[in-house]
Write a protein that binds this ligand. Structure first.
Ligand code: AMP
Length: 187
């Protein structure tokens, strides 16, 4: 949905940050080409304007993209975001790479150091990795975690490893990944 805020007397459309007190009118244009006009001079209009601004801010702060929870028994989805990073279709800030694993910065860091370490093979989670990965791949993942900790300078201060698995684990990306968190006391 697109939300435009503008003055009725001109065709100029102001940015969302425009001062509400200066507005004569608000236009809300939905995806179905419907147009709604709200007079921001009356108190009802003001309330609607403020509500939509708050909603827009909420939508920006909590992107829903890619946040569906992954089933622990799901078969591997070759189009998941980490598979696309591995194929070079999406950018990533790479920390370490080997024949068997890749480590890159989490796009939404939850600690000063927040790196994701993933195997290059097609495994949805740690259970599928344990069942199907070769010994070399297992060692490769372990080694990549240790090397990442060294590169990020947290091998002495310490760090936390987390691998969310399935619905109850809160897994959102269906490619095995280990969160490496550190650089501060991790809550
Ligand atoms: P989880 O909830 O354990 O499945 O964690 C998935 C993590 O992947 C989240 O911390 C996201 O911030 C992170 N993430 C999602 N997309 C990307 C991306 N394109 N690059 C880096 N990290 C990402």
């Amino acid at each position: 949905m697109l939300i435009f805020i503008g003055e009725s007397s001109s065709s100029h459309v102001s940015p969302l940050s425009a001062r509400l007190s200066n507005l004569n009118e608000v236009l809300i244009i939905s995806g179905q080409n419907q147009t709604m006009k709200i007079d921001s001079h009356d108190s009802k209009g003001h309330a609607v304007v403020i509500l939509f601004c708050l909603l827009a801010l909420l939508m920006l702060s909590f992107p829903t993209h890619g946040e569906e929870l992954v089933d622990a028994t799901a078969t591997y989805d070759t189009n998941n975001v980490f598979a696309r990073i591995l194929r070079g279709e999406l950018p990533a800030e790479i920390v370490y790479e080997s024949k068997f694993a890749l480590a890159f910065h989490d796009i939404r860091p939850r600690a000063k150091v927040h790196v994701l370490v993933i195997p290059k093979g097609p495994y949805t989670n740690i259970l599928q990795f344990n069942q199907n990965a070769s010994d070399q791949e297992r060692l490769g993942l372990m080694d990549a975690i240790a090397r990442t900790a060294e590169i990020m300078g947290v091998d002495e201060s310490g760090f936390r490893l987390i691998s969310n698995t399935g619905q109850d684990g809160g897994q959102t990306v269906p490619h095995l990944h280990v969160h490496l968190l550190g650089g501060e006391h991790v809550q």
